[in-house]
Design a protein around this ligand. Structure first.
Ligand SMILES: [Zn+2]
Ligand SMILES: [Zn+2]
Length: 322
C-alpha cells in the first residue's frame, strides 16, 4: 500500500507586504523549524510558493499563512505525496511573485473574472469563447486544453509582447488559464488594459481543474515546478500530446538530459532513453561529463553539506537551536 504521509502545497496571494525582507526571514525560519521544503517567493506584491512536508507540518504551515490577515484569503492546492517533492528550502525576495514585466498591474484592483473549474468547463466550448494558454512552450508542449491558443514564449515575461498578435480576438470572450492561477491574475489584467473587454481566468489553474472538473478536455500532462515534473490531471478523457524529443512518437515521459551541462527537460520515450543512455542528442550522449542513466532520467541533486539555515540571514544554526 502506498504511504502518503506528505502533502504538496501550491499557492499564491497578491497582498501588499510593507516589510518583505523582514517578513522573508520570519517566513524562512518558520519553514526551517517545521521541515517545510520548496520554493517560496516573497515580494512587495505578495507570496507565491510550492512546498512539501509531512501532513501535520503542511497543516501548520497553512495555518501560519492564514493567521496573517494579509494572507487570510490564500487558497492552497493540496496534493498527497509519498515524500518531499523538494530537496531544499528556498525563500527568496524578488520584485514580483511571477516575473512578468507587469509590475504596474495590481490584480486586487482589476483582473479578469474568476471562473471556478466547473464554470470554466461549461463555458470553454461556447461559440464566442477562446481559450488562451498563458504558459510557456515547455509547459504547453507537454499538455494543454483542447482547442487552446498557445503562445510561442520561453518565459512569462514575454507574454505582454505576444498579446499584440491577439488583436483579432478582441470581440470574443477570452478564457485564460495557467498551472495554478497566478499568471492569469496578471495576464488577464493586462488583456483588460490592452482593450480586451470580456476576460475570464480559470481560478486555481489546471491543478484545481483536475481536482474539481476531473481535468476534462485537458490533453496531456501538466508541467509542475517540483520533483514530480509532470502530473496527470485528466481522469475523463486523457490523451498524450507531447512527442519524444528523439524519435517523435507520442510520449509524455519527462527526462532530464543526462548531460549535466545540457540538462534540458524533454519527453523521451523509454526505448530512446535506453538507446541514448538518457541523453537528448548524440552530442549529449558523447559528452565527457554525461551522468549514468538508471532508466528514470531523474538525477538527485548533490546535497553534500546542505544547510537549510543558509540564506536565513539573522542568526546561525547554532544560535537558533540553543
Ligand atoms: Zn523516442
Ligand atoms: Zn542534452
Amino acid at each position: 500500500m502506498e504511504n502518503k504521509d506528505y502533502q504538496i502545497l501550491l499557492y499564491y496571494c497578491y497582498a501588499k507586504i510593507d516589510n518583505p525582507e523582514e517578513y522573508r526571514e520570519q517566513h524562512h525560519l518558520f519553514c526551517i523549524e517545521n521541515n517545510i521544503r520548496g520554493r517560496i517567493i516573497i515580494s512587495d506584491e505578495g507570496l507565491n510558493g510550492t512546498v512539501s512536508g509531512l501532513k501535520e507540518d503542511t497543516e501548520k504551515y497553512m495555518a501560519y499563512i492564514h493567521a496573517d490577515p494579509r494572507f487570510a484569503k490564500t487558497e492552497f492546492k493540496i496534493d498527497e505525496s509519498e515524500g518531499h517533492a523538494f530537496t531544499k528550502i528556498h525563500v527568496r525576495y524578488k520584485p514580483e511573485i511571477v516575473h512578468s514585466a507587469l509590475r504596474h498591474l495590481d490584480p486586487n484592483v482589476r483582473t479578469g473574472k474568476h471562473l471556478e473549474p466547473e464554470e470554466f468547463r461549461k463555458m470553454k466550448d461556447q461559440e464566442d469563447v477562446v481559450i488562451l494558454d498563458v504558459r510557456s512552450n515547455y509547459e504547453h508542449e507537454l499538455g494543454r486544453f483542447k482547442n487552446a491558443i498557445t503562445l510561442d514564449i520561453d518565459n512569462f515575461r514575454d507574454f505582454p509582447e505576444k498579446v499584440k498578435e491577439l488583436d483579432h480576438l478582441k470581440g470574443k470572450k477570452v478564457l485564460t488559464y495557467c498551472t495554478g492561477g497566478i499568471k492569469c491574475e496578471k495576464a488577464s489584467a493586462f488583456l483588460l488594459e490592452q482593450g480586451f473587454e470580456d476576460v475570464y481566468q480559470l481560478h486555481g489553474g489546471i491543478i484545481k481543474y483536475g481536482k474539481e472538473a476531473q481535468g476534462e478536455d485537458f490533453e496531456g500532462k501538466c508541467y509542475v515546478f517540483d520533483n514530480r515534473i509532470a502530473v496527470e490531471v485528466n481522469s475523463v478523457n486523457p490523451t498524450v500530446v507531447s512527442k519524444c524529443h528523439v524519435c517523435s512518437t507520442p510520449s509524455d515521459r519527462m527526462v532530464n538530459c543526462a548531460n549535466p551541462t545540457c540538462n534540458i527537460h524533454v519527453p523521451i520515450c523509454e526505448s530512446c532513453g535506453d538507446k541514448m543512455e538518457g541523453a537528448c542528442s548524440t552530442e549529449c550522449k558523447e559528452h565527457p561529463e554525461k551522468r549514468p542513466y538508471d532508466g528514470t532520467g531523474y538525477y538527485q541533486k548533490n546535497l553534500n553539506g546542505y544547510n537549510p539555515y543558509k540564506g536565513w540571514k539573522r542568526g546561525s544554526a547554532k544560535e537558533l537551536s540553543s
